[in-house]
Design a protein around this ligand. Structure first.
Ligand code: I3P
Length: 113
């Protein structure tokens, strides 16, 4: 599963509230590989990483989704098609996609990983 998402971090590892200045929405290109969600600047950066000898070169961030929980963020009213990702380390993100279908696909894919 891959595609553009907007991401906002709300809790840091350990479950502490992400501080002001680091809570903005950012658009990123996400690729789910096994138990990792790789976050790239854009699609061409992801394509370059895929053919590189160092597949993590140029990855902006990497979320370990083992024992994580993805669910629709029905309580977040400011944007549409937002899902929530709680990682095993206590960090939490809101992720916005383009449609209800995409949201279902991401939630299923992450929960299956
Ligand atoms: C955040 C940014 C986010 C906003 C967040 C702000 O500021 O404006 O868009 O979330 O509000 O703290 P910063 O860039 O300085 O981190 P929303 O889009 O959800 O309103 P929050 O602190 O209420 O999460």
């Amino acid at each position: 599963r891959r595609g553009y998402l907007s991401r906002k971090q709300i809790l840091d590892a350990g479950g502490r509230r992400t501080r002001k200045g680091r809570r903005a929405w950012r658009r990123i290109y996400c690729v789910l590989v096994d138990l990792r969600l790789l976050l790239h600047k854009d699609e061409s950066a992801a394509a370059a990483a895929a053919t590189s000898e160092q597949p993590t070169a140029g990855v902006q961030d990497e979320l370990r989704v083992h024992h994580s929980l993805a669910s629709p963020a029905g309580d977040y009213a400011k944007r549409r098609h937002v899902w929530r990702l709680r990682l095993a380390n206590g960090a939490e993100y809101l992720l916005q996609c383009q449609s209800a279908e995409e949201l279902d696909e991401w939630v299923v894919a992450v929960n299956r990983a």
